[in-house]
Write a protein that binds this ligand. Structure first.
Ligand code: C5P
Length: 235
């Protein structure tokens, strides 16, 4: 899949009925959507196929992390679902990431974009040191994992929009940054702490922003999505 700045809506719903009712509000518009563990575990692969058939691009956010052989075979299954983007934990090491690419690549040589999670933003530097016994500063760990992902042939990383510029400086402009933690300037922050606006995310250099509640919980989700597209993509 070719890299193109876009807004991805995090469809954090727990049933098909809810997600379909939400997508129906968009009329003929077909936004890029993220399907996470909650919806996938509730509804299974059928939900991916159904949303794909409606004409949406899909980021399947399942964050794989297992031995290389298992990840390779699982990625082959996800690739057959015809998703556009999926992800794994860089902590699985480059052997796992290389196996993932192999599994994901279809017989015709094409494959979905593959993005790495570096350190989860819920992991503090303190816990990383104390429980994972990683002594380097967390920023350095994130950048080092991003470099490992790049060397293994991955397309990019999930990161904070505030880190996107640094990732590009270290791994190149072509290395994709997918960034959650986006809020409108006049919106609610909710449980996110380090947030930025769609406009600012564009300035810093995010390639894709993942936006959940500012769109899913809006009175008019389509209008909120269009505002996001205007601020981030400029159209
Ligand atoms: O509703 P909100 O805009 O906060 O949703 C953000 C989405 O991005 C959620 O699906 C959340 O799980 C995901 N995410 C995140 N922070 C990360 C990684 C993923 O908010 N570091």
């Amino acid at each position: 899949m070719e890299k193109k700045r876009d807004v991805i809506i995090a469809c954090d719903f727990s049933s098909k009925a809810e997600v379909m009712a939400f997508l129906d509000k968009f009329g003929e518009t077909r936004p890029f959507v993220k399907i996470g563990m909650e919806l996938y575990y509730a509804e299974g692969p059928a939900i991916v196929k159904e949303i794909k058939e409606r004409g949406h691009k899909i980021f399947l956010d399942l964050k794989l992390h297992d031995i290389p052989n298992t990840v390779k075979k699982s990625m082959a299954v996800l690739s057959r679902l015809d998703v556009d983007m999926t992800n794994l934990h860089a902590a699985g090491t480059s052997a796992m990431m290389e196996a993932a690419i192999e599994g994901l690549t279809r017989p015709d040589g094409t494959r979905p974009m593959l993005i790495a999670v570096t350190q989860l933003t819920s992991t503090s530097e303190e816990r990383m040191k104390k429980e994972l016994l990683i002594d380097a500063p967390i920023d350095e760990v994130v950048m080092s994992y991003a470099e490992n992902a790049k060397k293994a042939g991955l397309d990019g990383v999930v990161c904070s929009p505030l880190e996107a510029g640094k990732v590009h400086a270290r791994c190149g402009e072509g290395f994709v940054t997918v960034t959650p933690g986006v809020r409108f300037a006049d919106g609610d922050i909710g449980d996110q702490s380090r947030v930025t606006t769609p406009e600012k995310a564009r300035e810093i250099g995010s390639d894709y922003i993942v936006v959940g509640r500012p769109i899913t919980a809006a009175d008019d989700p389509k209008a909120a999505y269009e505002r996001c597209m205007k601020e981030f993509v400029g159209q």
